[in-house]
Design a binder for this molecule. Structure first.
Ligand SMILES: OC[C@@H]1[C@@H](O)[C@H](O)[C@@H](O)c2nc(CNc3ccccc3)cn21
Length: 448
């Protein structure tokens, strides 16, 4: 008995501009905060940068041909804001527009439907120089950038995603400091997260005003959060951590308010005076779907040395882990999908990222990545249970990632692709998981 998905379930693959394009000084592109951050010594493993990456900017036609061979219905990628507006605002860079029109036309020719992410962290440096997302005017600039993209590409884009993972950009970029722009300030982080959500709402509003037929949503990093054990303190800490990680970003968009438990703790330390009247109405504009990026679960133990959410992540001993050290926990995906349905209603969901890093090697032109196949197989079974047994309105899946690519602070050591990239030659090598996923797409299900 195979594991079958509903008719019309959309199978896809995903990438992001800074992670695959390269050509950072070509085609009129302006500097992004990731160009600046990756060139600061010590920020990226091995001193890697996205200067060349997979050179997708020059090799996109070959990559689209590989996607066509794979047989996917849809492809999620992001537009590099500084390719469209080199200075963040002002004059449009026509070469940048042309690159994405060429890519979109190649996808159309190949019968692959694009899902375009407007912001996957590569903010124009010129905007960062004016405060970046700390500056409320960046939200206005984002709305103008979004409107320009709708106008220039809307005829070829059926699905828009405003932001990729506001939690990660806000917290890892402005509190933990391990991502661009490398700040370490919680109040700034909350201001950034608010302006990211505000810009999302502004971009949705413009999309509706243009009367576009396409659909629009947002993509969240998310994890199912579990208490380390049954003590009430651990349960409370897990609740607060879930508030910090999930509810703080999902609730404003889907419920029109911030979660009170964590909000009141933040307000004990500083006023959230960057939240202005009407902002939550803008943020909670109706959206057509919600994107879920799931990779692992999170286990939280009470720790009162951690401010605000009083909890720290703990690792399950002897757990199976990916090359990122992330626990393989497919049930957490089913759990998180059910939580979303129960808290937010049954709006359409897409898994906009899921996959794993593995220590892939090429051997006689092949890559045996059976670990990745096993990871994906188990997560697909969890998805199918969520649909068939929990009634979750899951419409599709984007595998992270199509290509091995620049894995942010980890550089090129961490390989997530179903296509191997030799960074010396830029040659692409289809991994075993490519052929396995090709069969899943063809059969719309798994051999049991
Ligand atoms: O690390 C793999 C990918 C990365 O390459 C993508 O650009 C990014 O969208 C991405 N997000 C996650 C998940 N991050 C996450 C962080 C904290 C809690 C839950 C998820 C993994 N990935």
């Amino acid at each position: 008995m195979t594991v079958q998905f509903p008719k019309g379930f959309e199978w896809g693959v995903a990438t992001a501009s800074y992670q695959i394009e390269g050509a950072v000084h070509e085609g009129g592109r302006g500097e992004s905060i990731w160009d600046r951050f990756s060139h600061i010594e010590g920020n990226i493993q091995n001193g890697d940068t996205g200067d060349i990456a997979c050179d997708h900017y020059h090799l996109y036609k070959d990559d689209v041909a590989l996607m066509k061979e794979l047989g996917v219905k849809t492809y999620r990628f992001s537009i590099s804001w500084p390719r469209i507006f080199p200075n963040g605002t002002g004059d449009v860079n026509e070469e940048g527009v042309q690159f994405y029109r060429n890519l979109l036309e190649a996808l159309h020719e190949a019968g692959i439907e694009p899902a375009v992410t407007l912001f996957h962290w590569d903010l124009p440096q010129k905007l960062q120089d004016k405060g970046g997302w700390l500056n409320r005017e960046t939200a206005d600039a984002f709305a103008t950038y979004a409107k320009t993209c709708y106008e220039r590409f809307g005829d070829l884009v059926p699905r828009w995603i405003t932001h990729n993972e506001p939690f990660v950009h806000a917290f890892l970029g402005h509190y933990f400091g391990e991502m661009a722009p490398g700040m370490k300030d919680l109040r700034a982080t909350l201001q950034v997260s608010h302006h990211l959500l505000l810009s999302h709402g502004m971009a949705v509003k413009v999309h509706r005003e243009l009367g576009l037929q396409s659909e629009i949503g947002i993509t969240y990093s998310t994890s199912s959060v579990y208490p380390a054990n049954k003590h009430v303190k651990d349960k409370e800490a897990a609740e607060l951590y879930d508030g910090m990680l999930n509810k703080w970003f999902f609730d404003p968009v889907l419920l029109g308010s911030y979660p009170e438990d964590i909000k009141s703790r933040y307000e004990e330390a500083f006023p959230l005076d960057f939240i202005q009247d009407g902002d939550l109405d803008t943020i909670s504009q109706r959206i057509d779907f919600c994107g879920i990026n799931y990779y692992f679960r999170t286990i939280i133990a009470y720790d009162n040395t951690v401010p605000f959410w009083n909890g720290r992540e703990v690792q399950k001993e002897h757990a199976e882990r990916t090359a990122m050290g992330w626990e393989v926990y497919p049930d957490g995906l089913r759990q998180r999908l059910l939580e979303c349905k129960e808290r937010y209603g049954n709006l359409p969901l897409y898994i906009t990222e899921n996959g794993c890093a593995a220590d892939d090697v090429v051997n006689e032109g092949k890559v045996d990545d059976s670990f990745r196949i096993s990871y994906l197989d188990r997560h697909f079974k969890a998805m199918q249970e969520a649909i068939e047994q929990d009634g979750v309105n899951l419409k599709g899946y984007y595998l992270w990632s199509f290509l091995d690519n620049f894995e942010w602070a980890y550089g090129y050591d961490k390989r997530f692709g179903i296509v191997y990239v030799d960074y010396e030659t830029l040659q692409r090598v289809k991994k075993d998981s490519f052929y396995w996923y090709q069969q899943v797409v063809k059969e719309n299900g798994l051999p049991s």
